[in-house]
Design a protein around this ligand. Structure first.
Ligand code: UGA
Length: 433
């Protein structure tokens, strides 16, 4: 099938390449010239395992083309995916929908045939209704059907999550074509038995925000338990392992530590609270404020722990920070707990050197005043404290003796509870989580 993907960021570029892999003919629209040129040359402008091969394969085969032209897009196909960003509004909790809105404003007047628009971006409940009304005003003697088809991919596993999703959800108005089109697009996954759920648009929008809110709540739950464990001298890892065996609870997303960051969970729970407020249901989601609070406390607690490990003051000490990405297998530093802690520690007077296997360029842009090393060992040189802030395998498998040779003090803070604690202690390290 011919289709257009509007917006080629983490979500859109992955979706476009994966749709081409499924055998569809795809035109991607990206208005940022640097991103577009890189993608058109078959190069992924961010780190996502498996995506470079897929992208270059389909740019070469011609199944995937890239443009900045909405006119070309309107001409190319009758099926359109919206994959643009929905960041947090500046100074407010709500989602900024300007990019989603501008897709509709630009695209719909140029359509000359009946078309289906499937939204993938994470949007507040009610958005499909609103966009449908606006599209009807903008459309010129044609029918434009909008449905929501939320995306659940995780960065780092984006290709696999898109090609082998654990469920497909389509929120469509009754009587339209969206369900049939989606069944066609995702035929191979549906044949393999992937659950395919059809709902009304508002429910589909809520599936996505509820899923992310649940995941955020699960992480903050275990981090709240970690606070109690600290106070009681208990081990939150043992608690998580044991409660995780209950299949109703499950062990996934119960890793305590620095908490959640990234371009999705933090802004999605805030947008969800803001939208519930607009709908007069603020009270229902008031617990998400606490989820957010617990999460942010993890960062300030880590700064405090670092200060204590240094004997009460960060003035003039050297801190090595291992990790800058918001999680491993990603170069994304949006709302990264690692960089946030590095920045706060620096503000309190420490000299901070950061190393990350993939996120160095993005970190330098966001936090230009931090120092950066080109290796993990380099970041630890002469450090008074080493903080592990992202659980990259490279850090988990570090030799504590080798690191011990270069630091000033053997003090490590395992911000992701990922290091082999006994091995580090055996190598003479003071160890905190
Ligand atoms: C998240 C969701 O997991 C995806 O299902 C969703 O599609 C995506 O947002 C989105 O809305 O686009 P992602 O942001 O890639 O995916 O990252 P996660 O794997 O969910 O991790 C989020 C954060 O939680 C990371 O900072 C991670 O370190 C942290 N985390 C995760 C924990 O602190 N503990 C855990 O046990 C798990």
């Amino acid at each position: 099938m011919r289709m257009v993907v509007l917006g080629l960021g983490y979500l859109g570029a992955t979706h476009a390449a994966c749709m081409a892999e499924l055998g569809h003919e795809v035109l991607g629209v990206e208005i940022d010239p640097a991103k577009r040129d890189s993608l058109a040359a078959g190069e992924v402008p961010f780190y996502e395992p498996g995506l470079p091969d897929l992208l270059s394969k389909h740019i070469r085969s011609g199944n995937l083309q890239v443009t900045d032209s909405y006119a070309d897009a309107a001409d190319f196909a009758d099926v359109f995916f919206i994959a643009v960003g929905t960041p947090q509004k500046k100074g407010e909790y709500g989602a900024d929908l300007q990019y989603v809105d501008s897709v509709i404003e630009e695209l719909v007047p140029q359509l000359t045939r009946n078309s289906i628009i499937l939204g993938k971006s994470t949007v507040p409940v009610g958005t499909t209704n609103r966009l449908t009304e606006r599209a009807a005003e903008l459309a010129k003697d044609i029918g434009v059907e909008i449905a929501w088809n939320p995306e659940f991919l995780r960065e780092g596993y984006a290709v696999r999550d898109t090609l082998e999703p654990d469920r497909l959800v389509v929120g469509a108005f009754p009587g339209g074509q969206a369900e049939a089109i989606a069944r066609d697009i995702y035929a191979s996954a549906i044949e393999r038995g992937t659950p395919f759920l059809v709902t009304d648009p508002s429910s589909a929008e809520l599936v996505k925000t509820s899923a992310n809110a649940f995941l955020a709540t699960k992480i903050s739950f275990i981090n709240a338990i970690a606070e109690v464990c600290d106070a009681a001298g208990a081990d939150v890892r043992a608690v998580a392992d044991a409660i995780g065996f209950d299949t109703r609870i499950g062990r996934k997303f119960l890793n305590a530590g620095l908490g959640f960051g990234g371009g999705c969970l933090p802004k999605d729970i805030r947008a969800f609270m803001a939208r519930a407020g607009e709908l007069g249901a603020a009270e229902a989601l008031s617990f998400l404020r606490e989820v957010d609070n617990v999460n942010m406390r993890r960062r300030t607690r880590m700064v405090e722990l670092t200060r204590k490990a240094c004997g009460g003051s960060l003035l003039g000490v050297r801190i090595g920070v291992l990790g800058a990405a918001f999680k491993p297998e990603s170069d994304d530093v949006r709302d990264s707990p690692a960089l946030n802690v590095a920045g706060q520690v620096q503000l309190q007077g420490a000299s901070v050197t950061v190393y990350d296997p993939k996120a160095m360029a993005n970190s330098r842009l966001l936090y230009p005043t931090l120092d950066y090393a080109t290796t993990a060992i380099g970041a630890c040189e002469s450090a008074d404290v080493v903080i592990v802030a992202t659980e990259w395998n490279e850090f988990v498998s570090l030799d504590p003796f080798r690191v011990g040779d270069v630091v000033r003090q053997k003090r490590v803070i395992d911000g992701r509870m990922c290091l082999p604690e006994a091995a580090w202690k055996a190598a003479g390290w003071e160890y905190w989580t």
